[in-house]
Design a protein around this ligand. Sequence first.
Ligand code: UD1
Length: 413
Amino acid sequence: MDSIHICGGYPLCGETRIQGSKNAVLPVLAATVLVNGISTLYNCPKIADVQCMIKLLESTGCRVTWKGDTITVDACHISSTSLPGEYVSRMRSSVILMGALLGREGQVSISYPGGCVIGKRPIDMHLEAFARMGVALTETCGVLTARAQTLTGGSIPLAFPSVGATENVILAAALAGGETVICGGAQEPEIGALCEFLIQAGADICRDGDGTVVVRGVPALHTVTYRIPPDRIVAGTYLMGCMAAGGQIFLRGADGGQLGAALTVIRQMGGVCTCCPEGIGLVMEGRPAAVACLKTAVYPGFPTDLQSQLLAALTVAKGESVIEETVFENRFRVVPELVRMGAQMKTEGNRVRICGVERLHGACVTAQELRGGAALCMAALAAHGDSRICNRHFIDRGYASLEADIRSLGGRI
Ligand code: UD1
């Protein structure tokens, strides 16, 4: 059944463990292609995007096993550098296999990647960076072929701190000749996870606090084990659910240090958060306070991946809020669905104006993409009565156990 049924209007109460991070495990899985040996990854989330990445790895000749939350990848023999369009089109992250295969084999063929429809999402920065590293690009019938006689490091300035482009350059540079210096790279925690994995496999990578990444190519990477960090966006989603529905929750394993901007907003809205080494606790009583003006931003700013969930919480805030989206140009597809639940909100270009209502009501709504779909579930927890959220397959791309988590947090799902 491609829908989720929630009976809302009750405060949350309970605790759940936060899954491993989607945006960390995907680039780390891509990085296993560079390892001439076995990579063992713990705490991998059972989500559709990981399944898709495994299919792509297997298409290159990697041998993959997935038992419980542990994935092992044997990348000793790479037999193909041509990525099947069927899986590439499902997920934008497939593009980071370009850097990994270029690094390992010096070539890759890929159709233009797919993923959630949240804007134009071009890959021009990835391709410009590869060209600077000596990669020749050709395109025939929508299939892009990238080849490098010798992949060489150099200076790679990024016009915008793109997460995927930064990851792709790091992957291409790990085994390249010489030194690669990325200026203006992304600083999201998932970049840190990718670098940690590669360093543990023998790569030579230094990062400083301003988005500079220096990668000195090494001849080979070796067998490695790595634990995927907790998913900050899943944790932030449940925090926003509690802000909307009220109650008291504890998110075991969540890392408060990675959620600074979100926790600041939650506190402004009246939530009482406590961070400890075991996780994050939140107590929320009554309706949240409105947020006069907030812009999404690259890390350490407020994450675009939590914007829809914040909108869900602000639909029941006391007063008017304005949220501006600065990272993606088409990320308000959740708005008309929230309006079906009784929200009063309007988009104005890249802004949404929300006039908080006392309560939402249950409705049949449709997820249009991953984070917007999760936001609808959070709104449904607050909405009085029954809601059905259709198109749950979008949500399954990133949430390993949404039903079990919501049930553990006291929601009726
Ligand atoms: C990653 C995350 C995604 C998150 C996003 C921003 C993963 C798997 N996905 O996506 O969840 O929402 O970061 O934090 O980690 N852009 C270009 N040209 C390029 C590359 C990007 O114009 O070559 C633009 C995009 O259209 C977008 C912005 O830059 O407007 C940010 O994109 P980017 O940081 O690359 O996001 P992703 O890596 O796709």
